[in-house]
Design a protein around this ligand. Structure first.
Ligand code: FCB
Length: 442
């Protein structure tokens, strides 16, 4: 049995837009994801998060499920337009009340809340004023973060500022395949830089406004990249991918600078950097959130013609399930970046074929995936990396962004026609691991 530390945060993660539904109820404003789903034609089968898992109405039932799984921690996100419909100015008390009740229920069930302030669904009203491409977005975000910390910080200790800036910048601002659907390489660099500033400014605002102890982190998606061959072109492509996906975010946040590989790979970035910006971006973290899913083998594709100007350019990758990859990333964060505390804020497995048969959902491959990744995390802990929690993506099947409802990644199956929840075999397995405080290595 591989035992984990006593107060290890065994959790699951979700995001507001993917589960809540109630997209226009009780004073909620429109988010960029509402607009993207309703208007872009870019979401599979024209699906949207209007209803999703209807968690807004069913959160008490979902809480019972979490208690049944024996979770110690729950990472969820706050929908910015639910608490501030226009992003600035007016506060929607009904929205605050929803999250406040959720926090109370979690604490009553002894489940530690970890609150993500931004999981991609900013108010459309702010997008209309430039969104992340506007420098003001960092101020707006810090004000909103301070407001939420002021209202929930008496009960919530753990905060994640942004979820995966690399995803919303590259998918949402370069390739246009996710909200807000922009495809502008120049402005995307303003957006990335403003997101980094926003993180640091929000971290300070949370600490200043919270009425209790506040621990602040960010959830970065750091996959493991390796060259597909030892051909120099593939090695160079791997350096570029790391610069774009990892260093563009982690270096300003942890070290207060953009390294040479970032400035060389992304020459459009530098004009947006103003004096003091990097001092603002770099706020000491209490923990780093790591979202990890795959290892990627990177091949140079710079000579390959692309279908449209917004399509990915320069490198192609192949994703591989690789528990070794999470170990390598954890070791690097510890060794190279000297991160003092890491929580794995997402890790999980898609199996679209999950279906209940006589009340059971057999999802053995998900159990294997989670067990093998946990074993790799355990190895890192034994080697001295301070990993204090692990959050499975995700509690229940939900709206997987531009892929709609087809991917199923939950420990709990959701029948969207009836909103029936069924705990999958992986959920039961996870419950047993939590009870035992560890796993059998398999
Ligand atoms: C991550 C996102 C999360 C979910 C998983 C599968 O990139 O943060 O919302 O979509 O992937």
């Amino acid at each position: 049995m591989l035992k984990f530390p006593d107060n290890f945060a065994w959790g699951v993660a979700t995001a507001a837009y993917q589960i809540e539904g109630a997209w226009n109820l009780d004073g909620k404003g429109e988010s960029v994801w509402d607009r993207f789903c309703h208007a872009s034609g870019k979401v599979a089968r024209g699906e949207n998060g209007d209803v999703a898992c209807d968690h807004y109405h069913r959160f008490r039932d979902d809480m019972r499920l979490m208690a049944e799984l024996g979770l110690k921690a729950y990472r969820f996100s706050i929908s910015w337009p639910r608490v501030m419909p226009e992003g600035i100015g007016q506060i929607n008390e009904a929205g605050i009340r929803f999250y406040s009740q959720l926090v109370d229920e979690l604490l009553a069930a002894n489940i530690r809340p970890l609150v993500t302030l931004y999981h991609w669904d900013h108010p459309q009203a702010l997008e209309d004023r430039g969104g992340w491409t506007s420098r003001e977005m960092a101020d707006w975000f810090a004000d909103y973060a301070g407001l939420v910390a002021g209202r929930l910080g008496d009960r919530v200790t753990d905060w994640v500022t942004l979820n995966e800036p690399a995803s919303f910048i590259w998918s949402g601002h370069v390739h246009g395949v996710q909200a807000p659907g922009r495809a502008d390489r120049t402005l995307s660099m303003a957006a990335a830089h403003n997101a980094n500033r926003a993180h640091g400014m929000a971290a300070r605002a949370i600490r200043a406004s919270s009425h209790g102890p506040a621990r602040v982190g960010i959830a970065l998606n750091i996959e493991h990249y390796e060259p597909a061959s030892d051909n120099p072109a593939d090695l160079a492509a791997t350096v570029r991918v790391e610069a774009k996906r990892i260093l563009l975010f982690i270096d300003p946040i942890l070290r207060g600078k953009y390294p040479p590989s970032v400035l060389a790979t992304l020459p459009k970035l530098e004009p947006f950097i103003q004096q003091n910006d990097l001092v603002q971006a770099c706020a000491p973290l209490d923990f780093l959130g790591l979202n990890y899913y795959h290892r990627h083998r990177i091949r140079d594709a710079s000579g390959v013609p692309v279908a449209s100007p917004s399509a990915p350019q320069g490198e192609t990758g192949q994703s591989i399930v690789a528990p070794d990859g999470i170990h390598a990333v954890l070791a690097r964060l510890h060794g190279e970046y000297h991160v003092r505390e890491i929580m794995v804020t997402e890790n999980g497995f898609n199996r679209s074929e999950d279906t209940p048969v006589n009340g059971r959902v057999e999802d053995g491959p998900r159990i294997d995936y989670i067990r093998d990744h946990l074993a790799a995390v355990h190895r890192a802990i034994e080697q001295g990396v301070n990993v204090t929690g692990y959050f499975v993506w995700t509690l229940m099947d939900n709206f997987e962004w531009a892929m709609g409802y087809e991917p199923r990644m939950g420990l709990v199956h959701v029948n969207y026609a009836t909103q029936t929840r069924t705990i999958k075999q992986s959920g039961l397995w996870y419950r047993d691991a939590i009870r035992a405080g560890g796993i059998d290595a398999g």
